[in-house]
Design a protein around this ligand. Structure first.
Ligand code: TRP
Ligand code: SF4
Length: 404
């Protein structure tokens, strides 16, 4: 595994929240479905993360796992394109988490913005625990154990990916130094040949002496092009470029999901805790009823009162689900009182029903074959373990823990 492969690898996880809704579909799942064809993707259920907040009621977690995985599958996340697994079935995450915990300054965890926020907002739970403080470090282990270069997440998770980068940097700094690093790195430079070797050295100097980022990028590209050096040497030279040692755990980058915020039925963000969701498995009748009873611009008491779409949550749905033509129809009709709110809602209902009907059908099929779903996860978890074991072996060796 080299940094180059790491650039091809994507990892993301979701806590087991049970059945998914339209917000998840547009915020996360559509993105995963696209990425699975462009990268080597690992998608997993973060059940241990659920335990950090739900440790008093762990038995509720299992049903949420299967409900969520069924929705992934039904919405097009494919076990033949991506590796799908459950975190606790890959216990290697836990060993890496433990090893990383040894070198993680407490202050780094206490400083993570979500830590105090959630602790203060969840007054009904005692989150003054070791596990909860370690939440972002467990997430770092999730990412680093696959040496994933990209982590698609929402804005709320970016701080966790940042922490992961710092952890990786610290790990490489502490354990990436082979005793004869300088010599092996020089030997690797020589192996690239005179011309390329000199170019590499020049770029390295420009970066190290003048902080020239452009030179760093050029040198990295140069290394990626080299066919005649081993993966180990390439890793060394990546590390040597930046002045450190060998890169054992590459730093991941957050891939910010640019999804429109899905408005819920009341215009607030769609969220189970607001009870304003359309789930992926709602029937056509349920969808229709939910949208028909949605509040509209309060100024439109009667059909003859003109309205303003900007003040109406239904309009936000048009922005996501409607064509330009339909939007024009709404803008003109609403402002001139030319259409009624039910006329306006109809195309939204039709679009959502059309999008969700096939998903609901596939979900029903998976629901009636739980063994199939379990075997998909079992197989994915085995595959994930193979990758995780490789990383862990390098980590143990770097830390001098590979004794028998
Ligand atoms: N903390 C993430 C969330 O709440 C879930 C998660 C756990 C995750 N481990 C991860 C996301 C690793 C990305 C990568 O959404
Ligand atoms: Fe909202 Fe449409 Fe009614 Fe205007 S016509 S208030 S946009 S539902």
């Amino acid at each position: 595994m080299s940094s180059i492969d790491s650039q091809r690898r994507v990892l993301s996880g979701m806590r087991p929240t049970g059945r998914l809704h339209l917000g998840h579909l547009y915020g996360v799942i559509h993105n995963w479905v696209k990425l699975q064809h462009e990268y080597e993707c690992y998608f997993f259920v973060a059940d241990w993360h659920a335990l950090t907040t739900h440790y008093e009621n762990p038995h509720s977690i299992e049903a949420s796992i299967w409900d969520m995985v069924i929705d992934w599958l039904a919405a097009g996340v494919s076990p033949s394109a991506a590796t799908l697994f459950v975190q606790s079935k890959v216990p290697e995450h836990a060993e890496l988490h433990l090893l990383l915990s040894m070198m993680t300054p407490l202050g780094w965890l206490e400083r993570v913005p979500s830590y105090k926020d959630i602790q203060e907002n969840q007054q009904d739970r005692d989150l003054n625990t070791y596990g909860f403080l370690g939440y972002p470090l467990l997430q770092s282990a999730d990412i680093l154990i696959y040496r994933a270069g990209h982590v698609p997440v929402g804005a709320d998770q970016v701080a966790h990916v940042e922490l992961t980068r710092e952890i990786a940097r610290r790990f490489n700094h502490l354990y990436g130094k082979e005793p004869d690093f300088e010599e092996t790195a020089r030997a690797a430079v020589a192996k690239m040949g005179k011309k390329v070797g000199k170019l590499y050295d020049d770029l390295r100097r420009k970066y190290q002496e003048q902080g020239d980022q452009e030179a760093l990028l050029k040198a990295q590209a140069l290394l990626r092009e080299q066919q005649n050096i081993t993966l180990g040497d390439r890793e060394r030279l990546f590390g040597y470029l930046e002045g450190g040692g060998k890169i054992i755990l590459p730093e991941p980058a957050a891939k910010l999901t640019q999804a429109a915020k899905m408005p819920g039925l009341d215009g607030r963000k769609m969220s189970k805790s607001y009870d304003n969701v359309i789930t992926l498995r709602d029937t056509s009748d349920e969808i229709s009823k939910k949208i028909r009873t949605m509040p509209t611009d309060p100024a439109r008491v009667r059909k003859t009162d003109p309205g303003n779409p900007e003040k109406c949550p239904v309009w936000q749905l048009h922005e996501i689900f409607s064509t330009q033509e339909t939007r024009d129809f709404v803008q003109v009709g609403c402002r001139s009182a030319g259409i009624g709110c039910l006329d306006c809602k109809k195309p939204v209902i039709d679009s959502i029903v059309a999008e969700l009907a096939p998903i609901r059908e596939r979900a029903a099929q998976y629901e009636s074959s739980p063994d199939l779903v379990k075997s998909i996860i079992l197989e994915g978890s085995e595959k994930a373990r193979d990758t995780a074991r490789d990383t862990l072996q390098d980590v143990r060796q770097a830390m001098g823990l590979n004794y028998r």
